[in-house]
Write a new protein. Structure first.
Length: 233
């Protein structure tokens, strides 16, 4: 019998394995199960149709109490964040001599977001937008980076809200979260701008985060088109 030492597997095989595992990790439809359990509804056909934490929160808040909505938000966001953490853990767990760690981190970051955004159980047509898994990636690669990234993103969102709308909203969780969820221009701008401080903070995490961010921005193209069509009217 021929035995194969794990180290003997070539780098491309490892990278393909990481891509498959990361995609499967990302494809767990957290928001779908949470809304099914709490409302008995299919999130794909409710609200924005987005299979993510923000749509989960909005749906449950509209039919149940605010506390239940916050609980659902916490479960969904933490589980989806955990996808990013787990994908990076798998990369480090598989790290062996001759293994291209930099490429593996980029591939894991890319495919966990792909899995989250284009769920295979929904025929690759529906999913989330990928922000929660990206947060998990950031925490796993450099815990302090989440503060830099998150601070830049929130600042961009609230500045855009202030400039474009003129008010932030009510001074409570629902009001603040509503701004975070609805201020698309600020969110898109913040995702792009946040790459700059991350580059100077830790260049090792820049390219994995860049790959994930590109996919998140692609997932926002439908919203960008709607905004563009409104501006032409």
């Amino acid at each position: 019998m021929i035995t194969m030492n794990p180290v003997d597997i070539d780098n491309n095989t490892w990278l393909a394995l990481i891509a498959a595992l990361a995609y499967l990790i990302g494809s767990f439809p957290t928001a779908y199960f949470v809304t099914r359990r709490m409302l008995g509804k299919d999130i794909r056909f409710e609200g924005s149709g987005n299979v993510g934490s923000m749509n989960t929160y909005s749906l449950i808040k509209s039919e149940r109490s605010g506390k239940q909505a916050v609980l659902a938000l916490g479960i969904t966001m933490l589980t989806d964040l955990g996808k990013g953490v787990l994908a990076i853990y798998v990369v480090r767990w598989l790290a062996l001599p001759g293994y291209n760690l930099a490429a593996a981190l980029i591939i894991a970051s890319t495919f966990v977001i792909l899995g989250h955004n284009y769920l295979f159980c929904f025929r690759f047509k529906q999913g989330g937008r990928g922000i929660a898994p990206l947060m998990g990636i950031l925490i796993s690669l450099n815990a302090s980076s989440i503060l830099v990234w998150g601070g830049t993103l929130l600042l961009s969102i609230f500045l855009a809200q202030r400039i474009l709308v003129g008010k932030i909203g009510r001074e409570n969780f629902a009001g603040v979260f509503s701004v975070i969820g609805s201020q698309v221009i600020g969110r898109i701008s913040g995702l792009v701008i946040a790459l700059l401080p991350l580059y100077f903070l830790d260049r090792g995490l820049f390219f994995p985060v860049l790959a994930a961010t590109v996919l998140i921005l692609i997932k926002h193209t439908d919203i960008i088109r709607k905004l563009a069509s409104k501006s032409k009217r």
